[in-house]
Design a protein around this ligand. Structure first.
Ligand SMILES: C[S@@+](CC[C@H](N)C(=O)[O-])C[C@H]1O[C@@H](n2cnc3c(N)ncnc32)[C@H](O)[C@@H]1O
Length: 237
């Protein structure tokens, strides 16, 4: 993919969720930046979708790419494709012959996904599944089409079912493989839950998920306060 040179484009990133904006900008400017193809996908997402803020920001995308390069996965699963931005970032580090299964309930975005994945030359590495994530996981299709365990799983769909997605991921990622969970700070509200000052149900559920991950005897984790919070989790046994 063509590398972008110079200043980052003026496309909204909705990046920091309260973190220091200047530091965030500095981190972006000292990182390689997204490719022209990813920039085009970001632009299309902001022009054509009703909730473009769901898109990963540029720094997060570069982190997904770095993680994927570190692991060199043969098999990745993503829950929550949206317009396919994170899918494309993850594809950058795939091992030769590697594939990504990606799942989303929306069928309206498939043309946009195809257009951009084709222009990036990665369409052949992606198996798209349209439907509710829980139904697709429960259906067995992901393992009947390909029985290899996953090397990397990104959980970024609805927040209500995070715990069941995590349990499924723990069973189907290889020992030593990685699970990444997005939005684990919930706009900072988890801090209020932890201090007893909020009972907001989604923040409570996410705080409980973070606690569950930290105390899980098969998982090792680090919670990164990047954007809305990312859990990087390794299956240890
Ligand atoms: C935050 S966006 C994903 C962003 C994407 N991973 C990225 O980084 O660009 C969440 C996506 O999950 C999808 N989604 C929400 N609930 C779902 C469910 N129960 N099953 C499948 N997809 C779901 C939404 O349609 C949306 O596209």
């Amino acid at each position: 993919m063509a590398k972008r040179r110079g200043k980052p484009p003026r496309i909204p990133q909705v990046g920091t969720h309260g973190m220091d904006d200047a530091l965030h900008e500095y981190a972006v400017s000292m990182s390689p930046g997204e490719s022209l193809e990813l920039e085009s996908l970001r632009r299309d997402t902001w022009v054509s979708t009703v909730s473009p803020q769901m898109l990963s920001d540029e720094l997060q995308g570069r982190l997904f790419s770095a993680i994927s390069h570190m692991i060199a996965p043969k098999r990745i699963l993503e829950l929550g494709t949206f317009t396919g931005y994170a899918t494309a970032c993850l594809a950058e580090g795939l091992a030769s012959g590697g594939v990504i299964d990606t799942v989303d309930r929306e069928d309206e975005l498939v043309d946009m996904q195809d257009k951009h994945w084709e222009s990036m030359g990665i369409r052949h590495q992606i198996r798209r599944h349209v439907g509710m994530a829980k139904d697709i996981l429960d259906s067995g299709v992901l393992m009947s089409e390909d029985s290899r365990p996953f090397d990397l799983i990104l959980i970024d769909a609805d927040k209500e079912n995070q715990r069941s997605y995590l349990d499924w991921a723990c069973e189907h990622v290889r020992v030593g493989g990685w699970i990444v969970v997005d939005n684990v700070l919930w706009w900072g509200d988890v801090v209020n839950v932890a201090s007893g000052n909020s009972k907001e149900p989604r923040a409570v559920a996410i705080h409980e998920l973070n606690t569950y991950i930290r105390d899980h005897d098969q998982l090792d984790n680090v919670l990164l306060p990047l954007r809305d919070g990312l859990q990087l989790i390794r299956r240890t046994r």
